[in-house]
Ligand binder design. Structure first.
Ligand SMILES: *[C@@H]1O[C@H](CO)[C@@H](O)[C@H](O)[C@H]1NC(C)=O
Ligand SMILES: *[C@@H]1O[C@H](CO)[C@@H](O)[C@H](O)[C@H]1NC(C)=O
Ligand SMILES: *[C@@H]1O[C@H](CO)[C@@H](O)[C@H](O)[C@H]1NC(C)=O
Ligand SMILES: *[C@@H]1O[C@H](CO)[C@@H](O)[C@H](O)[C@H]1NC(C)=O
Length: 291
């Protein structure tokens, strides 16, 4: 009896700690969701207001099935986010590709987006079926280039979708590989091209035919350093005050800090009430290892 009770006490204690831990975990998770379907959402991004960096506020929208990047020209499906390379790959469902021809649609970003998360240098915009009056065939012809041994005309010959231009006009209409800068400063109407597509990772496409290119837009972001590393190390989630946009380290549903969640790190003797997820986690691990 006595033996049974003394075995039961640590079990009950551990069980209580486990419950507290799960409670904190779920509550923190609900404040700042860190997944949208299968895409991890980490700093500087956030899908709940007040989470992530304020500069990236309202750029992402998580629907039941997909994650979208919002710009003034529309919602673009996020394919992947690479937090090490700091890149986001988007796909515009209304853009043409090698297999489908769709009417053009401008790709427009806000000034903030163009500054902190612009298309990467290895993303090429392809302007197709341009009129002979197009600026990129005249005054701005120097904005067009060939990449990795590929010329733009190759697309008219290789892609089922773009062959149509050739068939309809019986000539090869002008076309241009250019950078985001061109599209940013001249809208599709000024450029006078009826269709566009975009290709990313172009540096890796030497000797690869257009059928196998990667169609989409790769964005490359810079990370504002607002002390997030310190907050994250202490077990907090980086966020901001929704009114002032000042940095907030979200420690638990009931506790926000201005810098970090304090306590429980660096072996500090904080055996008081755990005030952070990490603190609870450390207690949880201690409880397991003391079994
Ligand atoms: C902590 O900050 C987040 C993000 O701004 C906010 O949603 C939450 O209500 C704050 N919690 C407390 C307890 O102040
Ligand atoms: C975000 O998605 C939700 C649901 O999918 C939708 O109701 C809402 O209008 C979208 N917000 C924006 C800003 O597009
Ligand atoms: C190509 O552009 C011309 C005008 O420059 C337009 O009349 C024609 O319809 C376009 N072709 C396609 C397939 O949209
Ligand atoms: C790109 O390649 C094509 C075909 O090889 C060539 O005719 C064209 O002059 C090249 N354009 C540029 C800008 O180098």
């Amino acid at each position: 009896m006595t033996l049974g009770n003394s075995l039961l006490v640590p079990f009950k204690l551990n069980f209580t700690i486990l419950i507290i831990f799960l409670h904190y975990l779920l509550a923190t998770a609900s404040l700042c969701r860190n997944y949208c379907n299968n895409i991890p959402i980490n700093y500087p991004f956030g899908i709940d207001d007040g989470c992530g960096a304020p500069q990236f506020r309202r750029m992402l929208n998580c629907s039941a099935t997909d994650l979208f990047f919002l710009t003034p020209s529309g919602s673009y499906k996020v394919q992947t986010i690479d937090y090490n390379k700091k890149t986001v790959v988007l796909f515009d469902p209304s853009m043409s590709t090698c297999s489908i021809l769709q009417p053009h649609h401008d790709f427009v970003m806000t000034d903030i987006q163009s500054a902190i998360i612009p298309p990467s240098p290895d993303t090429v915009f392809v302007l197709m079926n341009c009129s002979i009056d197009s600026p990129v065939l005249n005054h701005y012809r120097s904005l067009c280039f060939n990449f990795s041994g590929h010329s733009c005309d190759e697309l008219y010959a290789s892609c089922t979708s773009f062959k149509l231009f050739h068939i309809l006009s019986n000539t090869t209409p002008p076309c241009c590989f250019t950078t985001y800068g061109t599209v940013k400063f001249m809208s599709m109407n000024i450029l006078d091209c009826t269709h566009y597509t975009s290709v990313y990772n172009v540096d890796a496409l030497k000797g690869v035919g257009p059928l196998d290119w990667l169609y989409g837009i790769k964005l490359s972001y810079s990370l504002p350093d607002l002390g997030c590393v310190r907050c994250a190390k202490s077990g907090g989630t980086c966020g901001f005050d929704v009114e002032t946009e000042a940095f907030v380290c979200i420690c638990s549903p009931t506790n926000n800090a201005t810098r970090d969640c304090g306590g429980a790190i660096n072996g500090g003797k904080s055996y008081g009430a755990p005030n952070s997820l990490l603190g609870v986690f450390v207690l949880f691990l201690r409880a397991i290892f003391s079994l």
